[in-house]
Design a protein around this ligand. Sequence first.
Ligand SMILES: NC(=O)c1ccc[n+]([C@@H]2O[C@H](COP(=O)([O-])OP(=O)(O)OC[C@H]3O[C@@H](n4cnc5c(N)ncnc54)[C@H](O)[C@@H]3O)[C@@H](O)[C@H]2O)c1
Length: 192
Amino acid sequence: MAINQLKVPGKVFSGNDSYLKMKDIIEGEVVKNVLLITDKGIEGAGILTPVLELLHDAGVHTEIFYHVQAEPTHNDVTQLVSEIGDTPADYIVAVGGGSVLDVAKLVSVLKGATYSIENLLETPGIAKKQVKSLLIPTTCGTGSEATCNAIVGVPEKGIKIGIVNDALIPDAAILDAVFVKNLPQKHLAAAA
Ligand SMILES: NC(=O)c1ccc[n+]([C@@H]2O[C@H](COP(=O)([O-])OP(=O)(O)OC[C@H]3O[C@@H](n4cnc5c(N)ncnc54)[C@H](O)[C@@H]3O)[C@@H](O)[C@H]2O)c1
């Protein structure tokens, strides 16, 4: 009989107010600098406030990167990794839908790495974890917060490619309904 292994993030918290666990996760890792990856829609929805308050309470410095495109392409990821550059980061916190979470997972293996996302499209096996990550989904249905793959568009070929490597499994995930309760119906319908 085949033996299967289910690989998931090391810490998964769910339920009402589970987002409060973020402070424990961050403090448990002795983090000084957080990269917060999100998008403008999340900022506009006003759901970053509790996350920023907890990071502040945890005493960490937070740099926020808002420039994630929906349905990101490999060029979008390259641009964001370049924008992040040498920004100090001991931990990535991502708040968003599947687009933000996939991009954050890719940043977690690309920041400071000697390979590029184009290398990963050809040879996903070379990916190595560079920065740990905590993912907080704000949509429902992609499951990206718990998987070993990240999907990017490759417009020159007219396709999307899933990059698969265990290094893409996030270190922690928080599933709290507070982040999805005001999800616009069109996004809810698209994700369901
Ligand atoms: N890695 C995986 O396993 C996996 C699986 C399925 C899909 N995906 C990828 O996920 C992406 C799609 O993700 P998605 O459907 O979650 O949407 P999305 O992340 O592309 O977000 C769509 C829009 O919804 C907005 N939004 C998200 N949450 C919101 C909230 N709570 N309130 C208000 N606005 C909100 C965002 O700002 C954005 O404008 C695609 O790129 C797809 O390829 C990945």
